[in-house]
Design a protein around this ligand. Structure first.
Ligand code: FES
Ligand SMILES: [Fe+2]
Length: 425
């Protein structure tokens, strides 16, 4: 796979719920600053976050009243979803916009499958509309869990092809590992591990005993960033799925949902308040437990990544630094070999020379959070109904204990469900 072919893929970008629907979003994706926006008709677009006029970030602009173009906030130039410049306000009234590509902004094709947006990162090649993730209804993932993690894309997939870390690194998280200590990994062990690799990715099969019960598991990694977990089911059955893309060289954005080969038909029944409350409680619990899960090994993964980066040049092979002793480490070996053979040990990145890496964080004016952080915050603390109730209780509690009604609750808190969030924009 050469550098161009690496980008000729559909990369997972975001669930819809993590993006503002009627305002431009700044999204750092594969090292490239993008503006992602939605037209009034509901079509999503992604473009370089840089106005061709004087390079202002388009993500600071707005959607036009007609809803079919994005307007730069510096001098009001407008761009359609295809990137063509459709308005230069300072031109004389009778002048037309010169039909020159240099006035256009670069656009990247986006397709929506279920609630998940996928982006084609090589605009010079027509996107593959026949790709299984574009055609297969199983890939219509519903809005699920999304988060940015403080380590790189390759360390994520190396780690989630390493089943023996789970009992220790995630000890005490969830009912399967509900202990404060694991003294003996044989209580929670992996046997008969076999690996298979091809151009598309890596597959692991093994038996895992958790709290006395043994299950056969199949874990699959597929380029450019899909991971399946299947337990005691066929390879074509439903699966837990994680999809992920690099944010930059040190961070990865993950999305988790349910892959279902036989999705039930959509019912458009109006939901009762009880069903809505149940759903919101489920979302809070689901997000909280996944956050705990991913928090518990974040530092354990970033530390070796930084050690290896500090010790040697770019693209060094982590396998040359590891001492792997067990047959159960074969997932790590298989992934790293695949990574070197298919990607030369590099990350799939789309960092352009023109767009510098500018550290920034776009803040929501009311809450001081990015949209992604706001959604993450809402889903982990119960924004909306639960969040409001929580804020009222907090205010009441503060006024009782301190005799004050000062600011507290979701609007002013700086913590995100007790866990640190790394902004990707
Ligand atoms: S910089 Fe965007 S219109 Fe001038
Ligand atoms: Fe883990």
């Amino acid at each position: 796979m050469n550098a161009e072919e690496t980008l000729q893929e559909w990369f997972p970008l975001s669930f819809q719920a993590y993006l503002k629907q009627d305002w431009p979003n700044a999204v750092l994706h594969m090292g490239r600053p993008l503006v992602v926006w939605r037209s009034a008709e509901g079509t999503w677009f992604a473009q370089d976050d840089m106005c061709p006029h004087k390079l202002a970030p388009l993500s600071d602009g707005s959607i036009t009243a007609t809803g079919d173009a994005i307007r730069c906030s510096l001098h009001g130039w407008q761009f359609q979803g295809c990137g063509t410049c459709s308005m230069i306000p300072s031109l004389p009234a009778n002048a037309s916009i010169p039909g020159n590509k240099k006035y256009a902004v670069r656009s990247f094709p986006i397709r929506q499958r279920g609630d998940c947006l996928w982006i084609w990162m090589d605009p010079s090649v027509p996107p593959d509309e026949n790709h299984p993730r574009m055609q297969d209804a199983s890939w219509e993932l519903k809005n699920g869990y999304q988060r940015e993690l403080p380590y790189s894309w390759d360390f994520l997939f190396e780690n989630i092809l390493d089943p023996t870390h789970v009992a220790y690194a995630h000890c005490g998280v969830g009912k399967e590992f509900n202990r404060t200590e694991v003294d003996d990994i044989r209580e929670n062990h992996v046997t008969n591990l076999q690996t298979r690799s091809n151009n598309l990715g890596v597959q692991l099969k093994f038996d895992r005993t958790i709290n006395g019960r043994t299950a056969n598991e199949t874990w699959d990694f597929l380029y450019p960033g899909v991971w399946f977990l299947r337990r005691n089911t066929s390879e074509t059955g439903p699966a837990g799925v994680i999809v992920a893309s690099p944010i930059d060289t040190n961070r990865v954005r993950i999305m988790s949902g349910q892959y279902n080969p036989n999705p039930p038909p959509e019912t458009k029944k109006k939901q009762s308040w009880k069903a809505k409350l149940q759903r919101q409680i489920f979302t809070v619990v689901f997000h909280r437990s996944l956050n705990k899960f991913f928090n518990s090994d974040a530092f354990l993964l970033r530390y070796p990544q930084d050690l290896i980066a500090a010790a040697c040049s770019e693209n060094s092979n982590p396998l040359s630094h590891y001492e792997l002793a067990s047959p159960a480490d074969q997932g790590t070996v298989a992934f790293r070999r695949w990574h070197r053979q298919r990607l030369g040990g590099k990350l799939p990145m789309a960092n352009p020379s023109l767009l510098p890496k500018i550290p920034r964080q776009i803040h929501c004016r009311t809450h001081g959070r990015t949209t992604q952080q706001q959604h993450y915050y809402d889903t982990t603390t119960g924004g909306g109904f639960l969040g409001t109730a929580y804020a009222i209780l907090q205010q009441l509690f503060a006024s009782i204990s301190h005799g004050t009604t000062g600011q507290c609750g979701i609007g002013s808190s700086g913590s995100f469900g007790g866990s640190k969030v790394v902004a990707g924009s």
